[in-house]
Design a protein around this ligand. Structure first.
Ligand SMILES: [Zn+2]
Ligand SMILES: [Zn+2]
Length: 222
């Protein structure tokens, strides 16, 4: 009942085309551009998102799955809706037909921790929200293994891959209760957008130093 009243007071509008009715209409959903898969280490195209053989590093990512193309204006509007309007239904909607195969069976799904101030201000973490939806679909446990130990500048305000890498260096850590429990585990890291990939690569390094064997990333768009 409350939902009906709410819809009446604030009618839903499609984030893609602005039409009233749904958060994302069927037409816009079908028209979303699917991403080309890339190597998470160098950012160049790679079939199935596998890390290129020549890009493989001991503490590097093993692969990356990206669902949508961030160049698509509709996708940008949807991601803003998730981030700034805290729209959980939109997360469900864009992940609706989502299926992928990496050849790995993951032990844990872990979201990339947000910047402190943003998380506090919103009380909503879109990466966590995504992880819980994907976790349910894949039947993989979602664990908050990582935390951000210091405040950093927002990555989107920093230009260049090298500077972004510097900005997140050493800012993540494995939570105390997971120390010494990650040996040989396979982790799927989740974030909303993969741009430079600096955050995911830094999280991977921390996890692998702790003994995690395989790390793949999953991003809604790049
Ligand atoms: Zn639409
Ligand atoms: Zn590569």
């Amino acid at each position: 009942m409350l939902g009906i009243v709410f819809d009446f007071l604030f009618p839903k509008k499609c984030y893609g085309c602005g039409e009233y009715g749904k958060d994302l209409c069927g037409k816009c959903f079908r028209e979303l551009s699917i991403a080309d898969q890339i190597c998470p280490e160098c950012g160049e195209e790679s079939p199935m998102g596998w890390t290129h053989e020549e890009c493989k590093k001991k503490l590097g990512m093993d692969g990356l799955i990206v669902i949508y193309d961030y160049q698509d204006v509709k996708m940008r509007s949807i991601i803003d809706g998730i981030k700034f309007d805290f729209n959980k239904e939109l997360v469900e909607r864009v992940l609706k037909n989502f299926r992928f195969e990496t050849g790995e069976n993951f032990d844990y799904l872990v979201s990339v921790p947000l910047y402190f101030y943003r998380e506090n201000w919103r009380g909503f973490n879109q990466a966590e929200e995504m992880a819980s939806v994907v976790g349910r679909k894949m039947e993989v446990e979602v664990k908050e293994i990582l935390r951000r130990k210091q405040k950093t500048k927002q990555q989107s305000l920093i230009l260049g891959r090298e500077m972004r890498e510097k900005n997140v260096k050493g800012v993540f850590e494995v939570r105390k209760n997971f120390k010494k429990k990650l040996r040989g585990k396979r982790v799927l890291l989740v974030d909303d957008v993969f741009t430079s990939g600096a955050d995911m690569r830094e999280c991977t390094k921390i996890l692998k130093k702790e003994g995690v064997r395989v790390v793949w990333g999953l991003a809604l768009a790049h």
